[in-house]
Structures are given as C-alpha cells and as structure tokens.
Design a protein around this ligand. Sequence first.
Ligand SMILES: [Zn+2]
Length: 215
Amino acid sequence: MNGDYLNKVLKIKAKHALYHENGKWYHNLQKFPGVLFDKNGYLIFDNKEAYFNHPSLQSNKDLFIKNGIESLTEYRRFTEFEHQLIKGISPHDVNNAGFEETVRVLREVNSILRKKSLVDKLKKLYDNTCQICGTRLAISQNQFYSEVHHIVPLGEPYNGKDRMDNMICVCPNHHVQLDLKAIPIDEKSLKSIKHEISSNYIDHHNLLVEGLSKA
Ligand SMILES: [Zn+2]
C-alpha cells in the first residue's frame, strides 16, 4: 500500500500523502494539505500550522506518534465504501457484493485512475465500434457510444497499467461481461484490431475467467 495510491483512489487531493501500516512513524509532511494514512484510516492536515502546532505530534526530523495516528481525535476510519475502493474488487467478490456493486466499484476506481485522453483516443480509433461484436451503438443520427475496458483492471489488487495495450474498445454489454470476467478474450476472433494489445494482459484476463468458471 502507499500514500499516493490511497490519496488518489479516495480523492483526498492532498499535495503530500504518506502511508505507514501502524501509523506510528512517518517522514514529515512537506506540502499541504497533507495526509497521513495507516492501514485503517487517515488524518488530514489542511495547512502547515495545523501540522506543526498539533499538540500530539512530535515532529523533529521525523514524525513519531506514540499510540499511532488512530489515537488522535481528527483520525477518520475508512468507511466500508472506501475499503472497497482501496482494495478494488475482484470478480471473486461478486457473490458477496452482487454484480451491480462489483461493476460500480470497478468503474469508480477506473474512472479515478485512468487517463481520459487515452480512452478518447481508443474510441476514436475504433469509431466507437465494439471490437468483440462490431456493434456501433447509435445515440442520435450522428453520435455513437462505446466504452473502453482495461483488460487488467486499474487499482488494487491487480494494479493494471493505464496504457493502450491494456485497453479494448467495446459496447456496454460486452463491457459488463468483461468486467465480471464472464467471457474470455480471443484475440483471433476480434472483429477489428487497430492497436497492439498485450497478450500478457489477455492471458491474465483469461486465467481469471477460467478460475471463476471453476469456482
Ligand atoms: Zn460488443
């Protein structure tokens, strides 16, 4: 786990984020707002004064908090939803979380971490046409709709890469099936291939599909 990831995925928007599992030792925060995380929650400091004048923080060269940041009144525990965002969600959780919840969390994490420019580029490259079935979903006379799926999901636990060779342009139906690992990706049977897709990422997806079908 690391501070930058948590800061991003929880949309805290701190300028400096640090993580330590038990919350008892950190380097000093250098930029504000700043945030300290431990494994169960976090502490935000809006500005330098709030940080350096805090009665319970001994900040010399490094920061020591005897009973951990969880002992401080401003400490916030991760909510259940935040927990889900942090760990991402694996298709193995589907039975616990339900299909809709799984798709919602996957997409929330994805939309926070992805580069929209790459997504737009891929949709344009395929002219909003699903690479799996060839559907080009019309929204109006000259507007079409497609989605981009990250083959290895962004965020925990997979930490897929936000790059074109980890992406595929699909229709909403196929996007749901891919998110839930309901169908394998067979590169040879794709309707259209105009960019390079990593076969490692496809293998990763297909292994999960296979694993789930046996579960
Ligand atoms: Zn499709």
